[in-house]
Design a protein around this ligand. Structure first.
Ligand code: F6R
Length: 608
């Protein structure tokens, strides 16, 4: 989730690019760069770290010129260093490219380009685009870009310049956002609206497959078939602060709504054409994966809840025993891990001290350790044997939302991979589960589109002091995550229990003042969950049930029902979590809490 800005017009491009990139820095910030047409030279400046480093470099050695492209990077392929920073150039140094997204077939393209004599200097997927444009260029940049994008699979927003066509930026997109701010004698390409608001409020939104040729005086767009495109113009009313949050009130709400994209990106390319689950990052052969006898997962907080989901999936599908432990306990325990154990460390930030210590302890005991993280180049990526990235983009709200559901998506792929490797799931079943998993983003979209009743429900419970969250099976980690979200952002005491445990103690807490949130989606323990609901209602509790569309009966047992579309039990954790996130969000907002920066909490917990 990088930030792109391109400028063509009468102003100094470096000023517009740096200003625009500053407004996009929330999208990613491990390196930044710009390519500017300066007299008869294409000057590329790139710096590691925050945008200020690029700003200082350009201030120290100004690059005059009125056409250019710029980028802030949130690394996906290759470490966050200067070689991998954008823009990337072709062999001649005349073509420069900035990119947001993931090009899935980049390995094949790299091999093909290298075989044809191109010299690639970075580890990125993006650099292949610069060389492909070079190979197709015959005097018309747009034509070369059209040929190039036909070779790409995956997601991209691209802005490309060529020294031989110095007044033009060619932009293209599939599955990554890209807009063009339409000014008077100037135009600005950007991955998001905040970057253009200083100059214009008229914005053209590119559609998937569009290729736009942008000059100072005009924009022409063709669609994927090469026909003139029917692009949509928008007038933007938002102020800058609202624009950074995509028009949402808070980053947390924006990030909740970004979940379909985050899950889609995390799943992208995970099954190949032969039906094999792809996790090449593990660098383990099928035979090594088939030989895994134990899995140990360490994590903290929300990431720990993703671990509990993974335990259920791996045990169910691959029939491999899985232990799950919070990192802070693991590091000081005497855990039974060794060479036969696959250890997985889940940490969205990649910087959590307790999890890093657990990783070191597991490696000290001889285990192979893999990380699941959202941050390329974070500490955990340097201390483990392999990394599976979630592609959720930067999460700014302190409460984890989109990184949690993206972790579950990645862990579901891991569980399928292990089960495929050891033969516990046959190919037909793997394909059927993958097919269903691929539709989870649409299910989340449907939940988000029909969420009004959640705000109404929140209004009734906003004054509670204490609450309980219950579930069974896959509903247990969902309940745990629901309780954590509510307590951390609304400051209402919330506890989660396996519903069957209620009668062993917690039921003593039940009064009409204690709302009980129950995960009651369809599954093999549904009837048992309904019995648990009856037990708490008999003691005066008010129940909010998360249930499956079509279950009318549940309305007899609960004051409020938050419905999700039907989904198989194993894949229900992501959809069932979304109403929980929204319920906590609305309750916290009604109580006047700062949901993005809850008290006492930090986004990366780098202390013990
Ligand atoms: C809760 C939350 C925390 C983190 C925990 C671990 O919303 O964000 O509980 O999940 O601090 O953080 P990571 O995943 O970065 O290791």
């Amino acid at each position: 989730m990088c930030g792109i800005v391109g400028y063509v017009g009468p102003r100094q491009a470096s000023d517009v690019l740096l200003g625009g990139l500053a407004r996009l820095e929330y999208r990613g910030y491990d390196s930044a760069g710009a390519a500017i047409m300066s007299e008869d030279e294409l000057v590329v400046v790139r710096r590691v770290g925050k945008l200020v480093n690029l700003r200082e470099a350009i201030a120290g050695k100004p690059v005059p010129g009125t056409v250019g492209i710029g980028h802030t990077r949130w690394a996906t392929h290759g470490a966050p260093n200067e070689e991998n920073a954008h823009p990337h150039v072709d062999c001649s140094g005349k073509i420069a490219v900035v990119h947001n997204g993931i090009i899935e077939n980049y390995m094949e393209l790299r091999e093909e380009l290298a075989a044809n004599g191109h010299v690639l200097r970075s580890e990125t997927d993006t650099e292949t685009v610069a060389h492909l444009v070079e190979s197709y260029y015959e005097g018309d940049l747009t034509a070369a870009v059209i040929k190039t994008v036909r070779r790409l699979t995956g997601a991209y927003a691209l802005a490309i310049v060529h020294l031989e066509d110095p007044g033009t930026i060619v932009a293209a997109r599939v599955d990554s956002p890209l807009i063009i701010g339409i000014g008077d004698g100037e135009n600005i390409v950007a991955s998001d609206i905040p970057a253009v608001l200083e100059f214009t409020r008229e914005v053209l939104v590119l559609e998937d497959g569009d290729v736009a040729t942008v000059t100072a005086n005009g924009v022409s767009v063709v669609d994927a078939a090469g026909r003139p495109a029917d692009s949509e113009m928008m007038h933007i009313e938002w102020d800058l602060a609202a624009a950074e949050k995509g028009g949402y009130e808070d980053f947390m709400l924006k990030e909740i709504h970004e979940q379909p994209r985050a899950i889609r990106e995390t799943l992208r390319g995970r099954m190949d054409a032969t039906g094999k689950m792809q996790l090449s990052e593990l660098q383990m052969t099928e035979a090594q994966l088939a030989a895994v006898e134990r899995v140990f997962i360490v994590a903290c907080g929300t990431s720990y809840h993703a671990a509990v989901v993974a335990k259920s999936l791996i045990e169910q599908w691959a029939r491999i025993p899985v232990e799950v432990e919070v990192s802070s306990e693991f590091r000081y325990g005497n855990p039974i891990v060794g060479e036969d154990t696959l250890v997985v460390a889940i940490t969205q930030s990649g910087e959590t001290t307790d999890t890093l210590a657990a990783v070191r302890e597991a490696r000290r005991r001889g285990a192979k350790v893999f990380a699941i993280t959202n941050v390329v180049g974070s500490r955990v990526t340097r201390e483990t044997d392999g990394v599976i990235y979630t592609h959720a983009g930067p999460e700014i709200g302190v409460a984890a939302t989109k990184t949690f559901t993206a972790q579950i998506a990645a862990l579901t792929v891991l569980a399928l991979k292990l089960a495929q490797a050891n033969g516990m799931l046959d190919q037909k079943r793997v394909e059927a589960l993958w097919e269903e998993l691929s539709h989870i983003p649409e299910i989340v979209e449907a939940i988000l589109a029909d969420a009004n009743d959640i705000a109404e429900c929140a209004a009734e419970y906003k004054d509670a002091n204490s609450s309980l969250f219950l579930g069974r099976g896959m509903g247990v980690p969902v309940a745990m995550e629901g309780a954590l979200k509510l307590k951390e952002i609304s400051y209402i005491h919330a506890e989660a229990y396996a519903a069957g445990e209620m009668k062993h103690g917690p039921i003593a807490l039940i009064t009409s003042e204690v709302p009980v949130v129950v995960v009651a989606t369809q599954g093999h323990t549904y009837e048992k969950v309904v019995s648990n609901i009856q037990e708490v209602r008999a003691r005066g509790a008010r129940v909010i049930a998360v249930a499956t569309h079509g279950d009318q009966d549940i309305q007899r047992h609960a004051e409020h029902v938050l419905y999700i579309p039907a989904v198989s039990e194993a894949l229900s954790a992501i959809p069932a979590t979304v109403p929980m996130q929204l319920l906590s969000y609305h309750i916290a907002k009604l109580r006047g809490c700062n949901v993005d920066q809850p008290r006492n909490l930090a986004k990366s917990v780098t202390v013990e």
